[in-house]
Design a binder for this molecule. Sequence first.
Ligand SMILES: [Fe+2]
Length: 298
Amino acid sequence: MSLSIRKLTGRVGAVVEGVDLTAPPDPSTVTALRDALNEHKAIVFDDVDLDNAGQERVARWFGELTTAHPNVPAADGTTHVLAVDSETSKADEWHTDVTFVVNPPQLTTLRSIVTTPYGGETLVANAGAAYRDLPEPLRSLADSLRVVHTNQYDYARPDATTQQRQEYDRIFVATPYEAEHPVVRVHPLTGERGLFIGGFAKRIVGLSSSESADLLRIFQSYVTRPENILRWTWSPNQLLIFDNRITQHYGVDNYDDHPRRLNRVTVAGDTPVGADGRRSEQLVGDASHYSGAPAVAA
Ligand SMILES: [Fe+2]
């Protein structure tokens, strides 16, 4: 088998074929996959033969793993798997994973376990393309800003109707975390700049909450432009990997009450660096149990 990469859209996403994910990793394959992630931001493998341990093993090709989540326990019988399950949470908000810690995951892997008869797509947006789409005055402004991300946001959601969802929300916010990140992050491998905001970003440093909301809304409108989005329709036994340093994602809640289950494993990330060279800082909480000492290298 030879490795092939087929683009799914002009700006984001590619399907990878010809890689045996059950075999030991060979360095040239891992380099090719990393290159594909750097270019396409999200890659998909179809018809994978992986269980939870296999997903963890493939995720380790790219670095050390995080635990499942700073506050949410791992799925039963696992140490690193977070169950993304419609029973407990729908993730129907644009976000980058776990940005309320100082070193959010560099990669997220999602493996489809239970898929829906219609809908239930995962959207992945290229936040580097979004940054380049900004008019120059907005790009310069974004370069100069920092923003506080928190897990303490409004979880009185209208869809949190079931007891299981309310319980999940309670656990998600149980220990508060806040991290200050640059609004524009410089990718450690490519030097590419990308908007680093999403649903956990709440207060731009030095601005009021209403000014923050207005500015974030403008920046976010570039992330969510249709041209910058991959809309992935799931079948069972697929593996989606996206670069959590330069993307946002969204689970589309358009599948009525059908069950949907993805298993998530994340790879520990470095501490973001802004256009001015300044690093992120943890303001509230200590998530070292989640992702160890913040890595400097990629
Ligand atoms: Fe997510």
